[in-house]
Design a protein around this ligand. Structure first.
Ligand SMILES: [Cu+2]
Length: 407
């Protein structure tokens, strides 16, 4: 129940919204049976995982969708530890499927299991509901911009996650923005929190979270939180949604954590990602976004990437690149809205504007402000055909995507 006393008809994984939290150990293989009991063709995508192309789950690009009543068995072997999102990817209908409840989280535990008092996973999303609790089917122009919900939930509940912890406790906090369109900025009040990983990968710098951290749709963030040593202290995780939304509240009890004097250490860097990218030998390519709402125009313009709407047809790709070659992609946002762009099968670095320095973390999803340009760099080391698409899923459905081939 999202609204008190009202029923919201949803689509669900295993009968739950969000889908069940999956946990597995890095190095293990998870057998998955995906059974489609809906009346719509569907796939399952593991967002952020650098999986092999045949299990990336993009309908019409990496596989045919699973028909209503059919099932598909496969094995999931995540190459990296971290926090990831599972959801359908069916260009044309992805936003609707996710907005109706089809998403969940999966934690791939790293081997370095440091002791913590609590390991909390929070999935944030929003819902666009009418007064009777039903999910709104937005107009085409709302879908062009991407639907912003009117109810925020944390792990499926329309209220903050609450927990009590020993004073001085060490908390590992894994947060995912699974909203179909909304960018959420997060901040912590009342405790020191370190940024441990972004989009699943440990960061180069292990720094306290100073102000707010923006999470685009699809982004994930891992924080190490040191609870105060005073009893009765309150620590809040807040999201800038509307006037501010309380995501989680942690209170200290009278008991002292045995870990109170154990300082946090950074997570080891992911050794499967390159220490550097040889930019001199990179393939240079563009992802130029145009379209959307314009001042003075009654209706928004259709979304274009490099001058045309995305096409999954063979020959409709942006580029083809030899395996293991570096790629530098210039993502130019020539629109009036921020654009959150998501790369499949790879992790990238954001390059600095004035030199070839880079931001201290790997991402698979980046938000480019309106009118701005961002350069990303990655090594095309995963063979197959990969989507690069708006993480505002309704925009993807309306053509804001492209794909490339690693041959
Ligand atoms: Cu994805």
């Amino acid at each position: 129940m999202l609204l008190p006393g009202k029923r919201t008809p949803v689509l669900a994984f295993d009968g739950a919204v969000p889908g069940p939290l999956l946990r597995m150990r890095h190095g293990e293989t998870l057998p998955v049976r995906f059974e489609n009991r809906t009346d719509q063709p569907m796939t399952l995508h593991w967002s952020g995982m650098r999986v092999s192309n045949r299990v990336d789950g993009v309908a019409g690009l990496t596989q045919a969708p699973v028909a209503p009543g059919a099932l598909s068995d496969f094995e999931l072997a995540p190459p990296d530890p971290g926090l990831f999102i599972y959801r359908p990817s069916v260009p044309g209908r992805t936003g609707d499927l996710v907005a109706r409840g089809l998403s969940g989280l999966i934690v791939v535990e790293d081997a370095d299991q440091r002791p913590v008092d609590a390991d909390v996973v929070l999935g944030l999303t929003d819902w666009l509901l009418d007064e009777s609790g039903g999910i709104v089917s937005p107009s085409v122009s709302v879908l062009n911009a991407g639907r912003l919900g009117n109810l925020v939930t944390v792990n499926g509940a329309a209220k903050a996650h609450e927990a009590s912890l020993p004073r001085g406790a060490k908390l590992r906090l894994r947060i995912a923005n699974t909203a179909p369109a909304r960018v959420m900025s997060l901040r912590i009040e009342g405790a020191k929190a370190y940024v441990a990983a972004v989009d699943g990968h440990p960061t180069d710098v292990f720094e306290p979270l100073r102000s707010t951290f923006p999470l685009g749709p699809g982004n994930r963030l891992e924080l190490f939180v040191e609870m105060p040593v005073e009893p009765g202290a309150v620590v809040r995780l807040l999201a800038q949604v509307g006037t501010g939304f309380e995501v989680a509240v942690f209170r200290t009890t009278g008991e002292l954590s045995p870990l109170a004097d154990t300082p946090f250490r950074p997570l080891p860097l992911n050794p499967r990602l390159p220490a550097e990218i040889r930019l001199q030998s990179a393939l240079r390519t563009n992802f130029t976004i145009e379209g959307g709402p314009r001042p003075g125009l009654a209706a928004p313009l259709p979304w274009h990437v490099n001058g045309k709407p995305g096409s999954l047809a063979r020959g409709g790709g942006i580029f083809s690149v030899g395996r293991d070659r570096p790629v530098v992609m210039t993502v130019a946002n020539r629109t009036e809205l921020p654009q959150t762009i998501h790369l499949h099968g790879h992790a990238f670095r954001v390059l600095h504007a004035l030199d070839d320095g880079w931001d201290p973390y790997w991402l698979d999803t980046v938000t480019v402000p309106a009118g701005k340009t961002v350069r990303i760099a990655f090594v095309a080391d995963n063979p197959g055909r990969w989507l690069i698409a708006s993480a505002v899923l309704d925009r993807l459905d309306q053509g804001l995507y492209g794909w490339f081939e690693v041959a």
